[in-house]
Design a protein around this ligand. Structure first.
Ligand code: 5GP
Length: 352
């Protein structure tokens, strides 16, 4: 555990609203339940719906298939729907990753979907999050990825992309854009021009891709044609897609617990990380959503090290020379961290 704690780690795939520490979420929920609707805005969800949503999260959500997972967010969104609640949630997330005697990581790229409601515009939403990120500017590194949800229409996509470009041009630590949300939603043809414009503006691009067996192979190839810098999950790539990913050397953001709990992967032994380790392909170990999955970055790394069947028990062959992935990363710190997985593998023999 000392080795895992002291290992320099990067978190490159963490969704803000999925990463709120449970105690903070409970506090925000208590305040939401106690508050009266303001004269200018109604509450986004009834108190009963909030209570049910929070109870579900506290009980450890039962996710039968990945679509169930997205039903967890309305309650979280309701309690983070004011600027002050969003600021508190963001501060708690940043603190949980970057602060303390033994921070979870030395570099964080936090991602979030800009939301608008009666309390704030999408720009205000992002500025609230960025104001919290600034608190870490000189001490540790943290960047923001702006998520484009597959359920967004063109007006909202345009607004989010313009905000990403504007904030980056202002010097804000906006490092890229992401494609996320219900993997079965949306027509990816509509998204192409926004991602290509993002690349043109110097923003990194990461895409949730092939998360479910139902994602058509054609759509996966279409997303790969956007030339993403990184890929989230990439669980169900067929041979053609694997070939493109290998040629482009695209870093894969691996979220072990998320895949197991959303049942897109049945066992650690059959997890696609094995394919990427075997091919010495660049990967980054990430948490995805620590709140519903009850995990942490160290716990994800521990899954690599633990002997089977509790973990992957990485083998000597898989622990071959570390491979750097500079060109797939948004910056050098992330590149160093993405290359550390094989270092961990080398320590397997020492630990077990
Ligand atoms: P937010 O962007 O609101 O800060 O974080 C929560 C959102 O991230 C969810 O509503 C969902 O759209 C997206 N998200 C979180 N985890 C996953 C995941 O594993 N897969 C996909 N496709 N989207 C996710």
């Amino acid at each position: 555990i000392t080795f895992l704690k002291t290992l320099p780690k990067a978190e490159l795939h963490a969704h803000l609203n999925g990463s709120i520490p449970i105690a903070v979420l409970q506090e925000l929920a208590r305040e939401y339940l106690a508050s009266a609707p303001s004269p200018t805005s109604s509450k986004p969800l009834s108190n009963d719906a909030i209570q049910a949503g929070i109870d579900k999260l506290l009980g450890g959500p039962a996710i039968d298939e990945i679509s169930d997972f997205f039903t967890l967010f309305p309650a979280i969104y309701a309690v983070t729907s004011t600027p002050s609640a969003l600021a508190r949630a963001t501060r708690a997330v940043l603190s949980s990753f970057l602060e303390g005697e033994c921070p979870q990581c030395m570099y964080l790229e936090l991602r979030t979907t800009p939301r608008e409601n009666q309390e704030m515009t999408r720009e205000q939403y992002l500025r609230v999050v960025l104001a919290e990120l600034h608190r870490y500017g000189s001490v540790r590194q943290a960047g923001l990825i702006i998520s484009l949800d597959r359920r967004m229409g063109e007006d909202v996509l345009r607004e989010c992309l313009d905000l990403a470009k504007m904030l980056k041009a202002e010097g804000e630590p906006v490092v890229g854009v992401d494609l996320c949300g219900d993997p079965m939603a949306g027509d990816m043809t509509l998204f192409q021009k926004y991602f290509s414009e993002a690349k043109g503006a110097g923003l990194g691009v990461t895409l949730h891709i092939a998360e479910t067996a139902k994602n058509p192979a054609q759509e996966t190839l279409q997303l790969l044609s956007f030339c993403p810098d990184r890929l989230g999950h990439a669980t169900f790539l067929d041979e053609d897609a694997k070939r493109v990913v290998a040629e482009q050397n695209t870093c894969i953001e691996i979220c072990l617990s998320s895949n197991l709990l959303c049942k897109t992967v049945s066992t650690l032994d059959s997890h696609h990380i094995r394919h990427y380790l075997r091919h010495r392909h660049p990967i980054a170990i990430c948490t995805d959503d620590v709140l519903p999955f009850r995990t942490s970055l160290i716990a994800e790394y521990a899954l690599l090290l633990a002997p089977q069947p509790w973990g992957l028990g990485l083998s000597e062959a898989e622990s071959a020379t570390p491979r750097r992935a500079e060109h797939t990363q948004h910056n050098n710190v992330a590149a160093q961290a993405a290359a550390i997985t094989p270092q961990i593998a080398r320590h397997v023999q020492e630990l077990y």
